[in-house]
Ligand binder design. Structure first.
Ligand code: FE
Ligand code: FE
Ligand code: MG
Length: 171
């Protein structure tokens, strides 16, 4: 817990409890996103399954890194990151879409929906802290950049392209 960290946030006119609530719900979203990607990578089958599973696996790791960064900031601000998986669904904004249909293209659709929700969450959070809490602002901006890239990567795969390699796009 950082006394000065909290003082700066309060002095900037932010409601510390409201900020911690938003950070914690984003933290819960990240664990669900992590698991949705992780299990999706395991069960994916059908057309482009290998390529898609590889990207899902990579994104799983990146969502976990987001959870890590959020937990660190929550603790710094005197909060407690959700201490039980029970809370993940309860406090999540974006929820969880179980890969009931393992078709890789269906998984892509579900994960794109998740990314679009995450983008809205971080966009809103950024507006809340912008110009007031530079540390959280930086953190949220970094995560938002990743989520935008995630959406783009999944859309590329949906269009038959390998992420970041437009030449592979099957047109
Ligand atoms: Fe994330
Ligand atoms: Fe993401
Ligand atoms: Mg990617």
């Amino acid at each position: 817990m950082g006394m000065k960290a909290q003082e700066l946030v309060v002095r900037a006119g932010l409601d510390l409890n409201a900020l911690l609530k938003e950070l914690n719900s984003a933290y819960c979203d990240e664990w669900l996103a992590y698991y949705q990607y992780w299990i999706g990578a395991k069960v994916a089958e059908g057309k482009m399954a290998n390529l898609i599973a590889g990207e899902l696996q990579e994104h799983a790791g990146e969502e976990l890194a987001h959870a890590e960064k959020l937990a660190q900031r929550i603790i710094e601000l005197g909060g407690t990151p959700a201490i039980s998986p029970d809370l993940w669904l309860k406090e999540s904004v974006c929820g969880y879409l179980a890969p009931k249909d393992p078709n890789a293209l269906t998984l892509l659709k579900q994960n794109i929906q998740g990314e679009r929700c995450a983008i809205e969450v971080y966009h809103k959070l950024l507006a809340m802290v912008a110009g007031k809490d530079p540390i959280t602002e930086h953190l949220v901006r970094e995560i938002l950049e990743d989520e935008l890239e995630h959406e783009q990567d999944l859309e590329d795969l949906q269009n038959g392209c390998e992420p970041k390699d437009k030449k592979s796009c099957a047109k």
